[in-house]
Design a protein around this ligand. Structure first.
Ligand code: HEC
Length: 243
């Protein structure tokens, strides 16, 4: 490439075209001449090759003879870890101790953690499991397989790591929520599910003595399979110390 075309590039080409045009025509003709000049300038400019445009480069994943393996893209150096992706705490990321689910929270459960867990649970899990965790969510009411209630003995006794694992890897027909819920939020949800389970199964001994319990809801406002604990009269409750 090269030769005459680059010499006519850019502003010089336009100036040359304008100065070579005759000036003495009528206004109408002037306009059309101006137009043709502009077109000619455009055509000339289109042929221009600037150095930045022709510098050597390689299209992504194109073959190259520069490296011995013929690949232009270089493989990652062994052991490269992207920022924020170092997973050196395997319990935090899997919920497993060896092959079995563990039963500990990997960080302390604070009020904020539970609030975050409730928020995430109500967004990602309640559509199927319902806000009560009884498995009667809206999606289920529209025909999806009904999940087991969290308030059955098997799930009440299931270790925390099991819930973490179900969110991370799915369970039966339930898809996993690994992409939607990052690890810290999964644990927050797990902690909240435990709180939810306790909320439906708390022993009266946990109620501070003298606390008035709310009246039972009329059964018409409760879901069919939901059995609310009947509040007992305060004088019937065992004192806190007694187990
Ligand atoms: C699209 C509906 C749907 C959503 C959303 C959903 N689940 Fe499930 N879940 C199910 C179904 C259905 C089952 C029962 C699967 C089976 O037994 O095949 C289930 C089962 C479970 C179980 C019981 C596993 C066992 O041991 O029986 C747990 C725990 C659970 N889900 C947790 C969650 C959590 C936590 C979330 C939110 C991050 C969630 N699910 C979101 C549908 C859903």
């Amino acid at each position: 490439m090269g030769g005459a075309a680059p010499a006519l590039c850019g502003a010089r080409a336009i100036t040359a075209a304008i100065f070579s045009a005759p000036f003495a025509y009528s206004a109408v003709k002037k306009t059309s001449i101006a137009l043709s000049i502009a077109m000619a300038a455009l055509l000339l400019l289109a042929g221009c090759r600037e150095d930045m445009q022709v510098q050597p480069r390689i299209n992504p994943l194109r073959i190259s003879d520069f490296y011995g393996d013929s690949r232009s893209a270089r493989p990652l150096v062994d052991g490269t870890i992207a920022r924020g992706q170092l997973r050196n705490d395997s319990y935090f990321y899997t919920g497993m101790v060896g092959k079995d689910p563990g039963n500990e929270m990997p960080f302390p459960v604070t009020r904020e953690v539970l609030q975050r867990g409730r928020e995430r649970f109500n967004i990602f899990c309640a559509p199927c499991h319902s806000e009560l965790g009884d498995g009667n969510g809206m999606v289920v009411q529209r025909g999806y397989r009904r999940p087991p209630s969290y308030h059955i003995d098997r799930l009440r006794n299931a270790p925390l790591g099991h819930f973490y694992d179900v969110i991370s890897n799915g369970f039966g027909v339930m898809p996993d929520y690994a992409a939607q819920v990052p690890p810290h939020d999964r644990w927050a949800i797990v902690a909240y599910i435990r709180a939810l389970q306790l909320s439906q199964n708390a022993p009266a001994s946990l109620v501070p003595a003298g606390t008035a319990l709310p009246p039972a809801l009329p059964s018409s406002v409760l879901p069919n399979n939901f059995v609310a604990a009947q509040p007992r009269k305060i004088e019937e409750q065992e004192p806190l110390e007694k187990k």
